[in-house]
Design a binder for this molecule. Structure first.
Ligand code: UN1
Length: 496
C-alpha cells in the first residue's frame, strides 16, 4: 500500500538522514514487504539534536502554558484528520489489527486534548504562610531537555504519553523511537511540525538503542529520560542515568494475570481472557499471560477457551475480519517459540498452539499460533517471565487468598484483573492485588489515558505515564515565598 520511503531525522526543524553507517529496513510483519528505511544516526547526530533542544527550550519555556496547550490541540486535530491513514500505516508496519490500530491512534488523540487542557491548569498550591504579610505557593517548572525512548508495540500512543506532557510543561524533546516502527514516528513528527511547534522543540533521531539511546542517556544536557521497553534495558538506563542524578521514568515488563473465581460470569471472563491474552498477538506490556483459575471451574473454562481459540482468525490485520495479526519480527517469533519449548520441558501441558504458522494467510509473515498451557506450576519460567507473545499459562488455585498470592509473587506489577460477582472478593482484590492497574470484571488491557499508567516492582521505578501525574515526570516543583512585610521575618522563629 505504501511506496518505499526513507524516514528522515528531524533536527532543529530540518529533515535529514542519520549520519551513521548502517541503514535498516522497515518490514511489514504480515508479509515481509519492505515499507521504507531509516539511516542509523550517530552519537554526533544526537549531540546536534540535544544542542538544538537546549536552545529551543530557552524560549519555549517562556511561551505561556495555555499557548503551549493550543499547539497540542492543533496536533490533536491533525491526528484526528489523519486517523485512518495513520491506522493503516500502523497496521502495516507493526502488525496489530486495524481496529486496534484505530484505537491506538485514538489514544494519541485523547492524550493531545487531555494534555492540551493541562496548559490551562498545571496546578500548583497556594497556601498561607506562617508569618504575616507573606505568601507561600508552589508551581511546576520544566525540567529542560527530555530524552524519550519509545517501543514498537504502541508506536504512537506511548510516544504521545511522553511527548505531550513534556511539551505542555515547557520542555523540549529529543525522541528516539523504536527501529521496528519508524513510519509512525516520522508521520507523527510531520504533524507536530505542521501544527507549528517551533523548530528545535521536538527533534527526532532514528537509530539503535546502543548508539542513539545510550548517547541520549549519557548526554549531560539531557535532563530527563523517559523510557518504555524491556526491564533489562531499563536497568541499564537507570544505572547510567543515576551516575548523573538524572531524572528517569521507566515503564517496563509485565506478567499480568487474570483471576477467575467460581462465582464469575464465565462468558464474560472468556471474552476478557481472549482479548487480553491474544489481542495485539500478546504484545502489550499489559497483555494477560497468566490465568489464575479457581479449581472448581478450571475444566469448564479450559474447554470454553479452547473452543474460542479454534475460531480465531489470523492473518494480515488490514483485513477487517482478522482478529490476530503477526508478531513484530523473526527474533520475536523465535523467542516466543523458545518459551513454549521451555514450558514443555518444565512439564506444563500444552493444550493448543505452540507453533510458528507457515501456511495459508500466515505463510509470508511472522505468525505464532495462540497457545494455551495448563497445569502450570507457579515456579515455572513460563509462569514468571515475560514472553510478549500469544502464550497463556493456566495456574489453578483453591482460594482467593491463594490467587492473590500467585498474582503478587512475580517480579512484575503492571496490570491484574479479577472476574467475580462477589462484592467482598472484589474489594479484597482491589486492596491486595499489588499491581499499578487493577481491573474488576474486565481483562488486563485497555487503560484510559486520563489515569496513571504504570506498575510496581520491576515494572517501573515509581513514576507513571499518562494521567495528570505524567506532569510529575516532566516538571520540577518550585516553592516560592513572597514576603511583603518589608522586614526580616524568620520562619519557625519569629512566630513562636
Ligand atoms: C502497553 O501495553 O504497552 O492499556 C501499552 C492498554 C493500552 C496501552 C498499552 N491502552 O492496553
Amino acid at each position: 500500500m505504501t511506496a518505499e520511503i526513507t524516514y528522515l531525522n528531524f533536527i532543529n526543524g530540518v529533515w535529514k538522514k542519520g549520519s551513521g553507517t548502517r541503514s535498516v529496513e522497515n518490514v511489514n510483519p504480515a508479509n515481509r514487504k519492505v515499507l521504507g528505511m531509516i539511516y542509523e544516526s550517530s552519537k554526533a547526530d544526537v549531540d546536534v539534536a540535544v544542542q538544538a533542544a537546549v536552545q529551543a527550550q530557552k524560549t519555549w519555556r517562556l511561551v505561556p502554558a495555555p499557548a503551549r496547550g493550543e499547539f497540542l490541540f492543533r496536533i490533536g486535530e491533525l491526528l484526528r484528520k489523519n486517523k485512518e491513514r495513520l491506522a493503516q500505516l500502523l497496521t502495516s508496519e507493526m502488525g496489530k489489527v486495524i481496529a486496534e490500530a484505530r484505537g491506538e491512534v485514538q489514544e494519541a488523540i485523547d492524550m493531545a486534548y487531555f494534555m492540551g487542557g493541562e496548559g490551562r491548569r498545571l496546578v500548583g498550591q497556594t497556601v498561607p504562610s506562617e508569618l504575616p504579610n507573606k505568601q507561600a505557593m508552589s508551581f511546576r517548572a520544566p525540567v529542560g531537555v527530555a530524552g524519550l525512548i519509545t517501543p514498537w508495540n504502541f508506536p504512537i500512543a506511548i510516544a504521545s504519553w511522553k511527548i505531550f506532557p513534556a511539551l505542555v510543561s515547557g520542555n523540549s524533546v529529543v525522541w528516539k523511537p523504536a527501529t521496528d516502527t519508524p513510519a509512525l514516528a516520522y508521520e507523527f513528527v510531520k504533524l507536530i511540525e505542521e501544527a507549528g511547534v517551533p523548530k528545535g522543540v521536538i527533534n527526532l533521531v532514528f537509530g539503535s538503542g546502543s548508539t542513539v539511546g545510550t548517547a541520549l542517556v549519557e548526554h549531560p544536557d539531557v535532563n530527563i529520560v523517559s523510557f518504555t521497553g524491556s526491564t533489562e534495558v531499563g536497568r541499564a538506563i537507570s544505572s547510567k542515568a543515576g551516575e548523573q542524578f538524572k531524572k528517569v521514568s521507566l515503564e517496563m515488563g509485565g506478567k499480568n494475570a487474570i483471576i477467575v473465581m467460581d462465582d464469575a460470569d464465565l462468558d464474560l471472563a472468556v471474552d476478557g481472557i481472549i482479548w487480553s491474552a491474544f489481542g495485539t498477538a500478546g504484545q502489550r506490556c499489559t497483555a494477560c499471560s497468566r490465568l489464575i483459575v479457581h479449581e472448581p471451574i478450571k475444566e469448564d473454562l479450559e474447554n470454553r477457551l479452547l473452543s474460542r481459540i479454534s475460531e480465531l482468525k489470523m492473518g494480515d490485520g488490514l483485513d477487517e475480519t482478522v482478529q490476530i495479526g503477526p508478531v513484530i519480527n523473526e527474533p520475536a517469533l523465535k523467542s516466543i517459540h523458545e518459551y513454549v519449548r521451555i514450558g514443555q520441558e518444565e512439564g506444563a501441558n500444552l493444550l493448543c498452539g505452540g507453533q510458528i504458522l507457515k501456511s495459508g494467510d500466515c505463510q509470508n509473515g511472522f505468525f505464532y499460533a495462540p497457545t494455551l498451557f495448563t497445569n502450570v506450576n507457579r515456579e515455572m519460567r513460563v509462569a514468571r517471565e515475560e514472553i510478549f507473545g500469544p502464550v497463556l499459562s493456566i495456574i489453578s488455585v483453591t482460594s482467593l487468598e491463594e490467587a492473590i498470592e500467585v498474582n503478587n509473587e512475580v517480579n512484575y506489577g503492571l496490570s491484574s484483573s479479577i472476574f467475580t460477582n462477589d462484592t467482598n472478593r472484589t474489594f479484597i482484590a482491589m486492596r491486595d492485588l499489588d499491581t499499578g492497574i487493577v481491573y474488576i470484571n474486565a481483562g488486563t488491557i485497555g487503560a484510559e489515558i486520563h489515569l496513571p499508567f504504570g506498575g510496581t516492582k520491576h515494572t517501573g521505578n515509581g513514576h507513571r505515564d499518562s494521567g495528570v501525574v505524567a506532569l510529575d515526570v516532566f516538571t520540577e516543583w518550585k516553592s516560592v515565598y513572597v514576603d511583603y512585610s518589608q522586614k526580616l521575618q524568620r520562619a519557625q522563629i519569629d512566630n513562636n
